[in-house]
Ligand binder design. Sequence first.
Ligand SMILES: [Fe+2]
Length: 186
Amino acid sequence: MQVTDELMNEHQLILKYIDLMGKYIEVSKTNRGENILLEKAQDFISFFQEFTDTYHHAKEEDALFKYLQAPDVLSDCNLLSVMLSDHDKGRMHVRGMNSGLVKNNLETLCKNAYAYSQHLKQHIFKEDNVLFPMAENEISDEDKITLKNEYKQIEEKLDKRAIWNKYEEKYSELENCLNNKILVTE
Ligand SMILES: [Fe+2]
């Protein structure tokens, strides 16, 4: 029984947003007058706050990580604190993006968006390739059943279907907007 598949699936949407944001940053750099990233920053920030932090991190921090906290579960006992501090560092970058947006400061926005992208890609790589395989090996089948129920409660409370629909639609909108902008400026 697997308990990290859905989290890895959520990582894929997060990585899609990160890639798209990278393209926005590039277009903003070549076309500063248009400030396309500044215009669309709120959509990216909302995704990272609502989907990545409130929804995805809740499933990790309030459910999965609890099962990895016992001293004999993980062979690397420092790993969980690294993951938690990664999450905090990510929140700091999103606050930095928001501060750039509030001040209409494209440079601050881009700097934080780029730093956040690099940070999050590395963090997701660590979870997908180190933490999650360990979790699959170390959590007992009995605990996996309870953990799945805990995920379900979080998913129901935060309305899984609605949040996925909202941010998959938003992704397509952002992608179309970026492609149109590239076509117009070419
Ligand atoms: Fe994650």
